[in-house]
Design a protein around this ligand. Structure first.
Ligand SMILES: *Cc1c(COP(=O)(O)O)cnc(C)c1O
Length: 404
């Protein structure tokens, strides 16, 4: 006789779309159709013996929502199925997730190599926070595998990078860096926000830890902050679990519920946004006054070979460089009627930002030049509006940009 399959084993056989609607669902005694929000801090025990058993980990129930909560567990299980990871822990923000993954693992005397093109707050953790605790960082050009190799030291414990990176959409070859990491016994941690779990699964290419800002495409509608770390049972047990329980970056059950419901529609949203972004990128690339369009779905992306190796779609982020520098980029933004000026991304609403004066202002002109962020660069997060309306809007922006 074969043992009956567990819910997780049954869900693992479903297609992604099915996992995202049903995966991880827990039902209370009321048999609710939609997932319930368990807004509770604590849990009651039927008797003193049950409380004792739960604290000894002999009874699998809940203890306290800083450690685990049923609504939060549902989100973790759904994300875990989606990513094909052994375990998932969700956190209050993407940065809480990045911080927990790095700081639960690294210790005094360790060395971390990171790709320079990285979200500003991630750069703070690696460049400023790590050295305070005796962890040495080396920042490199992540596009070049030789740079990773050259940066290795005897105490290198982690490779950390974002691919595609913000805002230049530079890529890192996940399989090549993971192979090098295995040779030297380091772990690979990938911030997979820009690609989304729909278009890139770093664990399948050899990475060890995947991190998300769920604030972006996982919520997808600009409402809640959240983050996630996906990893092996071993990484959770050896490093993350105690750090997570004791330092308290827990996600609110309400925010977990919003994101759980968002996941149901994520495949549809990402597919529609990718289709829109491809049309907008192609339109922009053909217009005078646009010096450069970078989009992972276009054949002229400088690393199109790596896109083909590890991504299953072009994504919804576009970088463009308008002729005329900052003034032209500002005229472009100020002429828009539909696309909103915001440093956020991954929303149903299309959003645009000028990285040199917003997200990448603080790093200064030298660091911007090093990353290839020109004064005329704009970053566009394409939403769910009709492509024709978006194209009409960027046309308005371009007409204004050209009026020197
Ligand atoms: C937004 C973002 C983060 C940080 O996430 P928060 O939810 O804002 O804390 C980290 N990495 C990347 C690539 C991001 O876009």
């Amino acid at each position: 006789m074969t043992a009956a399959k567990t819910d997780a084993e049954i869900a693992a056989e479903w297609a992604t779309e099915t996992q995202l609607v049903h995966g991880g669902t827990l039902r209370s005694q009321f048999g609710e159709t939609s997932e319930a929000i368990f807004l509770t801090q604590g849990f009651v025990y039927t008797c003193a013996e049950q409380a004792e058993a739960r604290f000894k980990n002999e009874d699998p129930g809940y203890q306290y929502s800083r450690f685990a909560n049923p609504t939060v567990s549902m989100l973790e299980e759904r994300l875990r199925l989606l990513e094909g990871a052994e375990v998932c822990r969700v956190m209050a923000t993407g940065m809480a997730a990045v911080n927990a993954a790095l700081m639960s693992y690294l210790k005094t005397g360790d060395h971390v190599v990171a790709a320079r093109a990285m979200f500003g707050s991630c750069r703070y953790i690696v460049e400023t926070l790590c050295p305070r605790f005796g962890i040495t960082p080396t920042l490199i050009d992540g596009r070049d595998i030789n740079e990773w190799r050259k940066a290795v030291r005897p105490n290198t414990k982690a490779f950390f990078f974002e691919t595609p990176a913000n805002p230049t959409l530079d890529l890192v070859d996940i399989a090549a860096v993971s192979k090098l990491a295995k040779e030297i016994g380091a772990l690979v941690m990938v911030d997979n926000v820009f690609a989304t779990p729909m278009l890139q699964r770093p664990l399948h290419h050899g990475a060890d830890v995947v991190i998300y800002s769920a604030t972006k495409h996982i919520d997808g509608q600009g409402r809640c902050l959240g983050g996630a770390v996906l990893c092996s049972e071993k990484f959770l047990t050896d490093h993350l679990q105690d750090y997570f329980r004791q330092t308290g970056p827990s996600l609110s059950p309400f925010n977990a519920w919003v994101m759980l419901k968002s996941l149901e529609t994520m495949p549809l949203r990402i597919a529609a946004q990718c289709a829109n972004a491809a049309k907008v990128a192609d339109y922009l690339a053909a217009q005078p006054g646009v010096d450069r369009v970078i989009y992972c779905g276009r054949k002229d992306h400088p690393q199109a070979d790596i896109v083909a190796k590890q991504m299953t779609g072009g994504g919804q982020m576009i970088a463009l460089e308008v002729a005329g520098g900052k003034d032209a980029a500002f005229r472009f933004q100020n002429a828009l009627r539909l696309i909103k000026i915001s440093n956020n991304l991954g929303d149903a609403k299309s959003l645009i930002t000028h990285p040199p004066t917003t997200t990448h202002y603080r790093i200064g002109p030298a660091a911007r030049a090093e990353l290839g962020i020109g004064d005329g660069m704009l970053r566009l997060s394409v939403g769910l509006e009709h492509a024709n309306d978006l194209i009409a809007d960027v046309e308005r922006g371009l007409a204004a940009a050209r009026m020197a």
